[in-house]
Design a protein around this ligand. Structure first.
Ligand code: NAD
Ligand code: A1AUG
Length: 523
């Protein structure tokens, strides 16, 4: 057992303090000098492998800027990564849990030292402002620290309770699954990327990590940290590439034991289907862990503290431009306070400043051209489905920089079954729905196929208790924003079409990557 203090989440940086802003700006300058323009190759069996094709990261807030490149894996690279990982598994699975956990703790220590660099790189690569980047790197450190400690409870024989039976020794062993693939999104390219790699690894598996195409640099940065922390060759194979090429190849492969995926519902459901088909030579049912999208709603009733509700709505809707699976994309307000809440929300959102991540703007550019075009489509739909109360334009420019800029947009009186109220937009666009009363508000909240996050602003104990039982979401928040789950504090993951509810950062998350063997010896 490693001697470590009890897990405590990282605290966040206070950017109202001038010295912290200055330190961030120095980190931006350092990253511009040392990391911008860098190329990250594949890492297969501990060796750097370069490819003819490349993936290019573009600064979404200034599309004239190339941030850097990564290699672009071929099918042959994916095959080599898979074969190599199975070889590495033969020794990695025999490592002590403690020894595996030490590597995560060492990686967390390195990341703590390089926290500001990781933040600055994300400001440039995906347009996170200071607080959003800071909270994400804190989450990445937390995942490493938390999973290292969680691993201890699975160490050795008898790691789970069994009942005593006279004349026998009985026990349960937790053993790793084998080799899997971890496919991650661009919106939390540091924390989710590393959490989805570290958890299976500490449990004794080997993993091929396939980062999102738009955020390969921060992924490469994190892989360097894992290598520096002492991860043996082949345990983590770094495979940037195109999802529907190398990702799909690995999902399909007979030798892939598990798939952990975080991303859109459409891609997730497709992967689920492909993974379910048994391939020639396949000896197992692939385990699939899915974290998908949301259409997350916040209810405000007539008993709520209205100012607090407006703060919760503004933070939940526009943090990182609404590009969070947890983002508040539906505000559901009881009729008697509708005008007051909505006018306050519009006023608050009007004050948000648009600009680059590096300038620490409140709202920055959305990630890429595809996302920009998709959101523009919803802006065109908005006047047909409701009243545009704020925004509604996609200027594609801010402070003289060309980028994927969308105005914070609020659309009032949207109907519950309309597209604006049902489809994940993944941008700074909120649908506001008017409810007759509390019960109607709860019915509206539950009227989607998703079930990720949700919230209620109310001072009625009875209603909060009803919501606790009946609001169909994996993460439910009362009288606060519905984003920003903290590792170990709010285990995260959704129901229904939002995923397999595997609860990243929760006490049982590692069990997703293990199988149990019951062993009985008759004396
Ligand atoms: N529930 C959660 O915890 C959570 C967290 C973050 C993001 N998300 C969701 O992720 C989405 C945004 O991320 P995105 O745009 O990167 O999602 P996406 O589905 O487009 O891509 C996710 C990953 O899948 C890969 N991919 C694409 N097609 C593939 C295929 N056919 N086979 C294998 N891999 C493939 C991509 O290359 C990428 O690495 C949103 O829907 C958001 O709600 C969910
Ligand atoms: N875990 C994050 C959301 C991750 C999805 O994008 C939150 O709680 O806001």
């Amino acid at each position: 057992m490693i001697k470590v203090q009890e897990y405590r989440p990282q605290s966040f940086t206070d950017f109202t303090k001038e010295e912290n802003v200055k330190a961030y700006q120095e980190a931006l300058a350092k990253v511009r000098k040392e990391l911008v323009g860098k190329h990250y190759p594949l890492i297969i069996d501990g060796k750097e492998v370069d490819t003819e094709g490349k993936l290019t990261s573009i600064n979404p807030c200034d599309t004239a800027e190339v941030v850097g490149t990564t290699a672009k894996a071929t099918i042959q690279d994916a095959e080599n990564a898979l074969q190599g990982a199975w070889k590495a598994f033969e020794s990695w699975k025999k490592w002590d849990m403690d020894a595996r956990a030490r590597i995560l703790l060492k990686a967390a220590a390195i990341l703590k030292r390089r926290r500001l660099e990781a933040c600055a790189l994300m400001s440039i690569e995906v347009g996170k402002n200071y607080a959003e980047a800071d909270v994400e790197v804190a989450e990445a450190i937390d995942f490493l620290e938390y999973y290292a400690r969680s691993a201890m409870k699975y160490a050795g024989f008898g790691s789970s309770e069994t009942t005593w039976f006279e004349g026998e020794e009985n026990g349960l062993m937790s053993i790793p699954l084998g080799v899997g693939v971890s496919i991650s999104p661009w919106n939390f390219p540091c924390a989710i990327f590393i959490g989805m790699a570290a958890a299976p690894i500490v449990a004794g598996n080997c993993v091929i990590v396939k980062p999102a195409e738009d955020a390969g640099l921060i992924a490469g940065f994190m892989v360097d940290i894992m290598r520096e922390a002492g991860l043996p060759a082949g345990v983590l194979q770094f495979l940037p590439g195109v999802g529907k090429e190398v990702g799909e190849y690995l999902v399909n492969h007979a030798k892939t034991r598990f798939i952990t995926f975080t991303g859109s519902r459409a891609v997730g459901l497709h992967i689920n289907e492909v993974a379910a088909k048994v391939q020639p030579g396949q000896k197992w049912i692939k385990r699939v862990i899915m974290e998908l999208g949301g259409k997350d709603g916040l209810i405000v009733d007539e008993t709520a503290d209205i100012e607090n509700a407006i703060t919760a709505a503004t933070q939940g809707a526009f943090g990182f431009n609404g590009q969070k699976c947890s983002a508040m994309s539906r505000l559901i307000v009881v009729d008697s306070v509708y005008d007051e809440v909505v006018s306050g929300f519009v006023e608050r959102a009007k004050a948000l400043k648009i600009g680059t991540g590096e300038e620490n703007a409140n709202v920055t550019a959305v990630v890429n051209q595809m996302s920009f075009n998709k959101i523009k489509g919803y802006l065109e739909l908005a006047p047909q489905e409701g009243k545009v109360l704020l925004g509604g334009e996609a200027p594609g420019e801010a402070n003289g920089k060309q980028g994927y800029y969308i105005q914070p947009t609020i659309v009032g009186d949207v109907q519950r079954d309309s597209r604006m109220a049902q489809e994940e937009i993944f941008g700074p666009v909120v649908a506001v729905l008017r409810a007759k009363d509390w019960q109607d508000a709860l019915d509206i909240a539950n009227s989607t196929e998703y079930g990720l996050t949700g919230g209620v602003c109310s001072s009625s104990r009875e209603r909060l208790e009803q919501a606790r039982a009946e609001f169909e979401v994996g993460n439910l928040y009362f009288n606060r924003k519905i984003t920003g789950a903290i590792v170990g504090v709010q285990p995260f993951g959704g129901y229904n079409m939002s995923g397999t509810d595997s609860k990243a950062g929760g006490p049982d998350y590692l069990a997703n990557f293990m199988q149990l063997k019951t062993v009985t010896e008759r004396w």
